[in-house]
Design a protein around this ligand. Structure first.
Ligand code: IVH
Length: 669
């Protein structure tokens, strides 16, 4: 047998084994045998690079190479579903469909609503060619390399199955509860921030620039929508059953029904049964089954008329409160945390829940030993919603009192006027705040030092050589490189990233300083008005209040910040390392107010600049970039393939559509 045939046979065999193991849960060979074959294939591919195949089973392990995501315009926009929260609204939808179909009989396909992130997979000639996230529905990120690491997504379809030459299949990428909990346990042990829920974890993972990380994180996917010119079936259900035979993982809970009562039964059944599913769900999706009927019902601007989502009510459980502890966040905000007897809630065991703030605790008249009700809302970090006063008995402990000093550094807490939260005001030496300040400093919208992450920062902090952001510029290579050559490479990258940040323009430096209440937009206005840190530091309260968008709270906060000698010293140190402390000549000359007062929506793809560049241009000329079209929108800056929903809305509201060239003309004056 020649090498080519041997490699091809191995690939086909491994694709099949993969399907049997991950999709069907019925492995045909042992893990050991699988690994042996995979290793053999890896060796052969290495010896014969001319046989490279981007869809080979060996590609599932991901790669350490960083990659940026390309923005891709969806071939067909990815719409969302209208939500309902009760059976009454489901009935109304059912009646609208009945009317829309003029009394013709119809079937409804009931399915689970998976709580992950939607993905669009494109296959050509039976091979996965592209995977795109939903993004804004019009365009999303090309995450093909990351998607390839998900074992339940076929890379190559078995040749014997009769798939169309081109099709798209959509579904949901999920992190199963089990992987989610294991991941958070690891992160907790490493003192890394926890993911709030499996959806965030899945989304954070899928957007990771390192596909080797994605490969480790054990994502899964369920597919629920087949689209294309030559798709085989005449109904949604049939199509998915066929897609199943091509090797796709389709949710087994799908059910066809013909009456409203059957829909209700499905809802009732899965409202409780879903707790036993391996992945998070947040509702039920109802779809008119026949594709012809779907077409005749059509779409509204945002969502199809032939489908609707029914969202489950948050689940609530009762348990006993044992202790209240207090956490200090990055901004110094104190969060009271309830520690309770473990209780099962929507698939996870819950021991801790947030108690919001002092007023909340006082209003509940909370005591240790109380029976409390815990709920999971949209976020998986649960919260206490009520106390069962009737269940109090002689075992009731003391009343819960809020603390008066910071549990991390002992500083007396403060509560700002009009705010519910308590803060530790010791911004300059309270450990979690220091770490938070450094993380903020390096973040993308601030100094954008992406060679560093929260884990590395936490490590440097622990080892004691980075206590504030200015220390970053003093890091020596020997402090961060290990004995092994491979680590030196990342040390160089880190040092280079830090060095490059000295070119970041002043307005972002100002944001990076982390002055309370000075967000990205306030930082920009302040930078433009005062032009340098020295002018800003000298500004009186009146001067500050003159600036568009700067009110009493921000102005006061800026003044207080600059009056603190430690902050003055911090600024001086940054300046001495070359960090930009004034607007450059360039950016000064580029600013105009040609778009002052205008709210501008960007849509579509552009030829001359990227979306981000257009956003920057709008701001540079005094305009505001907003996300969605409303009556207040001044105009839509539209590129190729503007989303149909946006177009329809703009037309309905009579909002002007401006082309790329027109726009460039406008700002040139
Ligand atoms: S169908 C045009 N089916 O819910 C219909 N969506 O708000 C397209 N989702 O973005 C969606 N489970 O991420 C469909 N069984 C299911 C679903 C589902 C979860 C998500 C999907 C979509 C959102 C709709």
């Amino acid at each position: 047998m020649d090498i080519k045939t041997q490699i091809e046979q191995l690939r086909t065999e491994l694709h099949r084994c993969n399907y049997q193991y991950y999709v069907l849960n019925q492995p045909e060979i042992s893990d050991y045998e699988f690994d042996q074959k995979l290793r053999l294939l890896q060796d052969l591919e290495q010896q014969h690079p001319e046989q490279y195949d981007p869809n080979s089973p060996t590609q599932r392990v991901g790669s350490d190479l960083n990659h940026e995501f390309q923005q891709v315009v969806h071939k067909r926009p990815m719409l969302s579903l209208a939500n309902t929260y009760n059976k009454e609204e489901v009935r109304e939808w059912y009646e609208r469909v009945t009317d829309g179909l003029q009394g013709a009989s119809f079937q409804v396909c009931c399915e689970m609503k998976f709580d992950g992130l939607s993905i669009s997979l494109h296959y050509e000639q039976g091979r996965l060619v592209r995977a795109v996230t939903r993004g804004d529905g019009v365009q999303g990120d090309d995450v093909t390399e990351n998607i390839k690491t998900i074992r339940t997504i076929p890379l190559v379809l078995p040749t014997e199955s009769n798939y169309p030459t081109e099709f798209e299949i959509r579904g949901e990428v999920l992190m199963p509860w089990e992987s989610f909990e294991a991941l958070n346990r690891e992160r907790e042990a490493a003192e890394e921030p926890l993911f709030a829920n499996p959806r965030n974890a899945a989304s954070g993972t899928l957007k990771s620039k390192n596909s080797a990380v994605v490969a480790q994180r054990k994502l899964d996917a369920y597919l629920y929508y087949l689209l294309g010119e030559d798709i085989p079936g005449e109904s949604h259900y049939e199509n998915l059953q066929i897609a199943k035979t091509w090797g796709f993982k389709v949710a087994p809970q799908m059910k066809l029904v013909s009456t409203l009562q059957e829909i209700y039964d499905y809802i009732d059944y899965w409202d409780t049964e879903r707790k036993n599913l391996p992945v998070a769900t947040d509702g039920i999706v109802l779809k008119v089954n026949s594709l012809a009927q779907q077409r005749s019902l059509g779409m509204t601007a945002k969502s199809p008329r032939w489908a609707i989502a029914y969202k489950f009510m948050a689940e609530r459980q009762s348990t006993i409160l044992r202790e209240v502890t207090f956490q200090v966040g990055r901004t110094g905000a104190i969060t009271p945390v309830a520690n309770m007897d473990p209780v099962q809630l929507s698939g996870t065991i819950v021991r801790r829940a947030t108690l919001n703030n002092e007023d909340f605790i006082r209003n509940l008249d909370l005591h240790i030993g109380d029976h409390v009700f815990v709920e999971k809302g949209g976020e998986i970090i649960p919260k206490i919603v009520d106390v069962d006063l009737d269940a109090r008995d002689e075992n009731l402990g003391p009343r819960v009192e809020f603390i008066s000093r910071c549990p991390e550094c002992g500083t007396p807490l403060v509560r700002y006027e009009g705010e519910a939260a308590h803060y530790c005001p010791n911004e300059t030496s309270c450990p979690p705040q220091l770490k938070g300040r450094i993380e903020h400093f390096i973040s993308r919208k601030a100094m954008n030092i992406d060679s560093l992450g929260p884990e590395t920062i936490a490590e440097y902090f622990r080892r004691g050589f980075v206590k504030d952001p200015a220390d970053l510029y003093e890091i020596r290579r020997d402090q961060i490189s290990g004995a092994r050559g491979q680590k030196d490479k990342s040390a160089s990258k880190i040092l280079q990233g830090i060095q490059e940040s000295t070119k970041v323009p002043f307005e972002r430096v100002l944001y990076a300083l982390g002055i309370r209440f000075v967000g990205e937009i306030a930082a920009k206005s302040l930078a433009r008005n005062f032009k340098s840190v020295d002018n800003l530091a000298k500004a009186s309260l009146e001067d500050l209040l003159q600036v568009n968008g700067i009110g009493q709270v921000i102005a006061q906060s800026v003044q207080t910040w600059f009056q603190n000698p430690q902050n003055q010293w911090f600024v001086e140190r940054l300046r001495s390392y070359g960090v930009q402390m004034e607007l450059s000549e360039d950016s000064l000359s580029q600013h105009t107010d040609r778009l002052a007062g205008q709210s501008i929506v960007i849509s579509g793809v552009f030829a001359h600049h990227s979306r981000d560049e257009y956003k920057a241009l709008i701001e540079q000329h005094g305009g505001k970039n907003v996300g969605s079209i409303s009556a207040k929108t001044s105009f839509v800056l539209a590129g190729e393939n503007m989303g149909p929903a946006k177009l329809e809305k703009a037309q309905k509201l009579g909002i002007r559509i401006v082309t790329e060239d027109e726009f460039l003309g406008m700002i040139e004056g």
